[in-house]
Design a protein around this ligand. Structure first.
Ligand code: FMN
Length: 142
């Protein structure tokens, strides 16, 4: 059994991506790595979904920590028009094992597949990136 957490809240929001298209994947990887580190330290767990146009993020944790993160998110220029879809006390965690599960949609993965298909045998970097991505998806879905 996990310990009860009396001041647990969760939020769900959606925003418009302002990541530059050509390097969006790199920017996203950096963002997710930093977020996982920060979230682990702040006892925040959750998931991030990216559709090239939008972000959807679910976050849960101690109220003060989630509010502190929300204040940072509100002024982060990598996205805009943050609208809160849900914000409420939570009885338990939905994403307990994940500091930030990352869910990439099909069209985003397709760009990676195109890179691999277009590179032939010489596309070692593209292939390595694709495999890294698949490992990340597998771990997030685990
Ligand atoms: C869509 C999106 C989701 C983010 N999610 C998180 C997150 O879950 N945790 C986090 O610490 N930062 C997240 N960030 C980054 C924060 O806005 C902020 O840049 C970061 O927390 C600052 O970290 P620092 O105080 O270590 O510099 C996110 C940014 C964007 C654009």
């Amino acid at each position: 059994m996990t310990e009860p957490e009396p001041d647990l809240i969760h939020i769900l929001y959606m925003s418009d991506s302002r990541l530059d298209r050509p390097s969006a994947l790199d920017q996203l990887q950096t963002l997710v790595e930093t977020s996982r580190r920060n979230n682990a330290a702040a006892q925040i767990t959750g998931a991030l979904m990216f559709t090239e146009d939008n972000f959807v993020q679910f976050l849960e944790g101690p109220a003060a920590a989630v509010q502190r993160l929300l204040a940072k998110l509100q002024v982060d220029a990598r996205h805009a028009n943050l609208r809160i879809l849900l914000e409420s006390p939570a009885r338990g965690r939905r994403f307990g094992p994940w500091t930030l599960a990352y869910c990439g949609p099909a069209e985003f993965v397709r760009a990676e597949l195109d890179a691999v298909a277009g590179c032939g045998q010489s596309g070692e970097t593209a292939r390595a990136r694709l495999i890294d991505l698949m490992v990340a998806f597998a771990a997030a879905a685990d």
